[in-house]
Design a protein around this ligand. Structure first.
Ligand code: SAM
Ligand code: DTB
Ligand code: SF4
Length: 328
């Protein structure tokens, strides 16, 4: 979609926009299902980059300590619990600028992915910058989707991050696409951006070819010690509006209501689901920040009559899924 088209949607009266997005949602998603994704930070803190929202950057005193890459057995334990509580996608994040083939840590990550991918969930990783060879190796190890966010518009990005560029991010996304992994790419609201920045970001993302398989819409979790720690909270209606426009611009994507749900009421979340969100991060913790508890989310989903979306995994792993219970 063009910026002009996105601006036209944004200027619609709220109910008119939501009606439109609901229609697009119904036309593209037969059942009212929500994808449940569990996040695990497999390598926390100590990151070289200066992303001004992030508690894991080594440049800020956020209180997040730098940890080593988690052991495979501990990751597998967490992945099994995620599958048992109904998650159909497991997303592993690392506080790295990127990864390089041939290094010991990349080999370790490939080994972890090979094992996690036997559990019948979609496997997503977010490890920062990737070259073409690394992308192919991740795909061969069993990664189904790669998360790499653009976060905001190309114009606002240099105000938020200076240690790498928007172009670097786009290059990685191109490498992910060429290797045949799904792209998960979205952004953060509340970085001091304008409405135009938000829509420019959606313009860039909606023009990917193919369009991304999932689009996380995060609201800034203000992390103490980071430059954006005092940014004001994003208005609920602005979040719902962005969800609705994303649904219209990228109809077949999972639109993921991501970071920031702890600051949204059940009613506000219901509004976002109605507007077109059909995925959440599920589990008490995001990477370092809080998320609603599994129990709280199970109650909310049950109240709304929303059930978990089945995973999209290769045949060989699908056999493992039958035994996984889903939440009531
Ligand atoms: N290092 C990798 C990278 O930057 O791509 C992967 C991990 S990074 C933490 C993943 C994403 O988390 C970021 O792109 C950003 O969108 C999101 N994120 C990080 N800190 C956040 C915060 N305080 N509030 C909301 N989203 C945040
Ligand atoms: C995404 O878009 N949001 C997730 C996931 N992809 C990796 C991360 C949110 C992080 C929130 C801040 C924290 O936990 O430190
Ligand atoms: Fe590092 Fe990713 Fe955080 Fe940026 S967002 S500081 S690259 S972990």
């Amino acid at each position: 979609m063009t910026l002009t088209e996105l601006q036209a949607l944004h200027s619609l009266p709220f109910f008119e926009l939501i009606q439109k997005s609901r229609k697009v949602h119904d036309e593209n998603w037969e059942n009212p299902e929500v994808q449940l994704c569990t996040l695990l930070s497999i390598k926390t803190g100590g990151c070289s980059e200066d992303c001004s929202y992030c508690a894991q950057s080594a440049r800020y005193n956020s209180g997040v300590e730098s940890e080593r890459l988690m052991a495979k057995c501990d990751i597998m334990e967490r992945a099994k619990v995620a599958a048992e509580t109904g998650s159909t996608r497991f997303c592993m994040g690392a506080a790295w600028r990127g990864v390089r083939g041939g290094t010991q840590r990349f080999e370790q990550v490939l080994d972890i992915i090979r094992d996690v991918s036997t559990l019948g969930m979609e496997v997503c990783v977010t490890l920062g910058e990737l070259g073409p060879e690394e992308a192919v190796q991740l795909k061969e190890a069993g990664v189904t989707a790669y998360n790499h966010n653009l976060d905001t518009s190309p114009e606002h990005y240099p105000n938020i991050v200076t240690s790498h560029t928007y172009e670097d991010r786009l290059r990685t996304i191109g490498n992910v696409q060429k290797a045949g992994m799904s792209v998960c790419c979205g952004g953060i609201l509340g970085l001091g951006e304008t409405i135009t920045d938000r829509l420019r970001m959606l313009e860039v993302i909606s023009n990917f070819d193919p369009q991304p398989e999932s689009v996380p819409i995060n609201s800034l979790m203000p992390m103490p010690g980071t430059p954006l720690a005092e940014n004001p909270q994003v208005d609920t209606f602005d979040i719902a509006r962005m969800i609705a426009i994303t649904r219209i611009a990228i109809p077949k994507a999972k639109v993921r209501l991501s970071a920031g749900r702890t600051r949204l009421s059940d009613e506000a979340q219901a509004l976002c689901f109605f507007a077109g969100a059909n995925s959440i991060f599920y589990g008490d913790k995001l990477l370092t920040a809080k998320n609603p508890t599994v129990e709280k989310d199970q109650v909310l989903l049950a109240k709304l009559g929303l059930s978990p979306l089945a995973p999209n995994v290769p045949e060989s792993c699908a056999a493992n899924i039958e035994s996984q219970p889903v939440p009531a």
